[in-house]
Design a protein around this ligand. Sequence first.
Ligand SMILES: [Zn+2]
Length: 83
Amino acid sequence: MNNAATLTPTAPAKEAPFDPMTSIDRCDAGTKDGVSCNAQAWARVILPSGLKLLFCGHHMHDHHDELIKTGATVEDYTDKIPQ
Ligand SMILES: [Zn+2]
């Protein structure tokens, strides 16, 4: 991933450490074939190890409870998915 872009010194970002999701954010979940899902991501997850992952609505739903149990920080924007 190329995240060399946005440093925003004026952003308060205390309660919301994440940027809004954009259409270039893609799901990091893998399928059974070892291929990335690559659907548009609607949730960010930071694992206790510091690893950041993006998930589409489908995979966020699949993994949410499991991620919470591991102590991951979940930023869920799945309610923003256009119907
Ligand atoms: Zn996915």
